[in-house]
Design a binder for this molecule. Structure first.
Ligand SMILES: Nc1ncnc2c1ncn2[C@@H]1O[C@H](COP(=O)(O)OP(=O)(O)OP(=O)(O)O)[C@@H](O)[C@H]1O
Length: 326
C-alpha cells in the first residue's frame, strides 16, 4: 500500500449510477483523508444514500473506481467490508430483543468470541449511555436511544471508516447534539466519518470538508468557510410599506435587486459599517424612510441556495432561527 492510499480513507473517481433512464450519480469524485469528517450534503433524493451504498459495497456502480481503506471496492470487497461500519437510514436494530441482545447478535455476526463479544457490548453500551436500558426491548427506546444503539452496533467490529447516512434526521435538538458529540468522539478516536445530511448546520458544525450533491453531480466542495466564500450573499435589505417610497428608492439606488411582492430591495454589501452608513445617509438625503432594514451576511444557506436552486430543508423544531431574507 502506498503512502497516498494510507492518507486517503476513501478515494473514488467517476462514480456513476442510473436507475432506468434516471441518472442518480453522474460521475462523481470523492476523496476523504483518513481521520477526518466528510459530509455529503444534498436535498432529498439527491443520491446521497446511493453514494453510501456504493462505497459500502451494498450496490455496485455502473462506472467508476474506488478504493476504501486502501482496498479496491469491487476486487477486494471483503476487505472493504471488514474495514467499514454503516449506519443507514433504516435502523438495523431489532425491536423485539433487548439492546444488549442486539449488540451480542452483532458480535456474533462479526465472529467475535463470547468473551470479546461481551466485552465490546459492555463497553459500547456504557459509552452510548445505554446501560440502564440494556435489558429492555429496543422497541421501547426513544428515537435518540435507537439511533445510539444503531451506532453502537456499527462499532462492534471496530471499523476504521464509518458511514453515517443522515444520522440525525428526525431527532430532537438534544439528541442531535448528543449525536454530534458522538461523531466528534469517533474521529478523535482515529476513525474516518463519511456523513450524509440535509442539514447545512450539521455539515457546518462537523465536517472538515463538505461536498454538495445536486443533479447527480458534485456542484461544490470545500471547507464550510471555503464554500461560504463562493457566494457573494452579503446584502442590506430595505423593506417599505409605501409603494411610492419603494419605487423611488428602487430607481435611485444602484445595483439593487427588487422584490416587488414584499416591497423589498436588496443592496449588495460586505456588511461593513461604512457601507451601511452610506446607504442610510443616502436614504436620509433623499428623504426616504424604509420600514425595515436588515444586514445579511452570507452563510451556508446562501451557498446551498445558490448551488442547488432549492430552498434549504426545514431544520428540526427548536433549532436557532436564523435571519433570512428569502
Ligand atoms: N433501487 C432503486 N430503484 C429505482 N430508483 C432508485 C432506487 N434507489 C434510489 N432510487 C432513486 O434515486 C434517487 C436518489 O436516491 P437516494 O436515496 O440516493 O437519495 P438521497 O439523497 O439519499 O435522498 P433521501 O434524503 O431522500 O434519502 C431518488 O430519486 C430515488 O428515487
Amino acid at each position: 500500500m502506498t503512502t497516498t492510499e494510507h492518507a486517503l480513507a476513501i478515494a473514488a473517481t467517476g462514480l456513476r449510477k442510473a436507475y432506468g433512464d434516471k441518472t442518480v450519480l453522474d460521475g462523481i469524485d470523492i476523496q476523504v483523508p483518513a481521520g477526518t469528517i466528510f459530509s455529503l450534503l444534498g436535498p432529498n433524493g439527491a443520491g446521497k444514500t446511493t453514494a453510501v451504498n456504493i462505497l459500502s459495497t451494498l450496490i455496485s456502480a455502473d462506472a467508476g473506481e474506488a478504493r476504501v481503506a486502501g482496498h479496491h471496492l469491487t476486487a477486494e470487497a471483503q476487505a472493504v467490508r471488514a474495514a467499514i461500519g454503516v449506519t443507514g437510514q433504516f435502523s438495523a436494530v431489532d425491536g423485539l430483543i433487548t439492546g444488549e441482545e442486539n449488540m451480542l447478535l452483532m458480535a456474533d455476526l462479526h465472529h467475535l468470541s463470547r468473551r470479546e463479544g461481551r466485552r465490546a457490548t459492555v463497553e459500547l453500551l456504557e459509552r452510548f449511555d445505554l446501560v440502564e436500558a440494556a435489558k429492555k426491548p429496543a422497541s421501547t427506546y426513544s428515537g435518540g436511544m435507537k439511533r445510539r444503539l444503531d451506532i453502537a452496533m456499527t462499532l462492534v467490529g471496530n471499523p476504521r471508516i464509518i458511514f453515517l447516512d443522515e444520522p440525525t434526521t428526525g431527532l430532537d435538538p438534544r439528541s442531535r447534539h448528543t449525536m454530534w458529540q458522538i461523531i466528534r468522539e469517533l474521529v478523535a478516536g482515529g476513525a474516518t466519518v463519511f456523513l450524509t445530511t440535509q442539514y447545512l448546520e450539521e455539515a457546518d458544525q462537523l465536517a472538515d470538508r463538505i461536498a454538495v450533491l445536486n443533479g447527480g453531480k458534485l456542484v461544490a466542495e470545500g471547507s464550510a468557510d471555503e464554500l461560504k466564500r463562493l457566494v457573494p450573499g452579503g446584502h442590506i435589505r430595505l423593506r417599505f410599506s409605501e409603494p411610492v417610497a419603494y419605487e423611488r428608492a428602487a430607481t435611485a439606488l444602484r445595483e439593487t435587486t427588487r422584490d416587488d411582492e414584499s416591497l423589498a430591495l436588496q443592496i449588495p454589501s460586505d456588511g461593513s459599517q461604512r457601507e451601511l452608513r452610506a446607504v442610510l445617509d443616502w436614504l436620509d438625503a433623499a428623504g426616504i424612510e424604509a420600514d425595515e432594514l436588515s444586514v445579511h451576511t452570507p452563510d451556508l444557506d446562501d451557498v446551498f441556495f445558490a448551488l442547488t436552486g432549492s430552498p434549504v430543508p426545514a431544520q428540526p423544531a427548536n433549532s436557532v432561527a436564523k435571519e433570512t431574507t428569502r
